[in-house]
Design a protein around this ligand. Sequence first.
Ligand code: XMP
Length: 405
Amino acid sequence: MMKQQMVLVLDFGGANRELVARQVRDLGVYSEIRPSRFSVEKIKELAPIGIILTGDAGNCDPEIRKLGIPVTDKHDDLQNFVMGECKARGDYDVDSYLEQKVAEIRQAVGSQRVLLALSGGVDSSVCASLLVKAIPGQINAIFVDHGFMRHGEPEAIAKAFEGQDINFVSIDAESRFLAKVAGVTDPEQKRKIIGHEFIAVFEEEAKKLGDIPFFAQGTIYPDIVESGGDYGNLVKSHHNVGGLPEKLGFEKVIEPLAGLFKDEVRKLGAKLGLPEAIVNRQPFPGPGLAVRVIGDLTKQKLDTLRAADHIVTGEIEANVKPVPQQYFCVLTNTPSVGIKNHTRIYDPVIAVRAINTQDFMTATYCPIPHEVLAKIANRIVAEVDGVSRVVYDITSKPPGTVEWE
Ligand code: XMP
């Protein structure tokens, strides 16, 4: 395997480090971001073929420019810099990434076992498939179903993974989670309780499997960059992103997707043969529908929300092109009067939310055609019990967050 070429993006603040790194990848060249404090010695170790300075690089160490590696602080003609001045081969793509990670994982893990927390999200699913390719039969994947998943989701995840060589175990923990959050109305409190319970369930299940030295998780490149530090290696002795590995006392953590941006993770997933429904899944919060039922949670409220959400998802996917980056609904705790089957009802309002966004840091509401919204509203009030009315959320982020809680 030919050594992978790399362009270093040295980050002096500002907002465009990821954009620049992403543009370099689009030229077929691997890129990595490092903070401006990164030493000349460490740069030498990384041996990049070129260095791009982002942000206010006025106080860049002059020694960096004397390394004999091309350096630029201009971003208007990256193609010329990377392919011309740095003489890049342009042979990086997800295939070469996959090949390299498979080799690295085999080398690091040997014949030992790896534990994986599989949430069914894009990242952990692609991580599972990559591990299967590298070390089939040496993986134990645990999926904790907290009962806050969407319609048909636990079944779809089980179907996608049961046949694979990952010793897949699905834990139905719905009643346990519901008991823990009963009566809790504060959103942060809900998140905390769910997070703790998740670790508790996972820990119990992991114990049953005995001692497993490695823990794998689907951390992706933006998570690594945003978590600070010196930005990631494949195997780390201490972990600072997730929370689960430290709590479980893991020392060896594998993050095979830690070099990839989200769109590359999706590409890799497709390449590894994951179903489209998983590869193109929209983001879904860890605490799931629990943060989309405003106020206290009951099984009945969750079922109501799940049924309404299924209608919203189906109608948007069938009728809005391109589909928004995220679309869902929220069960509010505001009741309103309505009439169903000639009878007065006083049931909660459902709010539909659909957003367009590049990075989820800012977002605008998606201007869904009125006839689609009308169909969604008609179907929800007709088909879902316990809903009186449907409204559409047209708030941008900021000031409105994507989620309501
Ligand atoms: P907000 O509501 O912060 O959402 O504007 C931005 C993006 O993050 C997702 N989100 C979460 N993801 N755990 C997660 O894993 C959470 O607690 C959580 N809260 C929000 C949200 O769905 C959106 O994509």
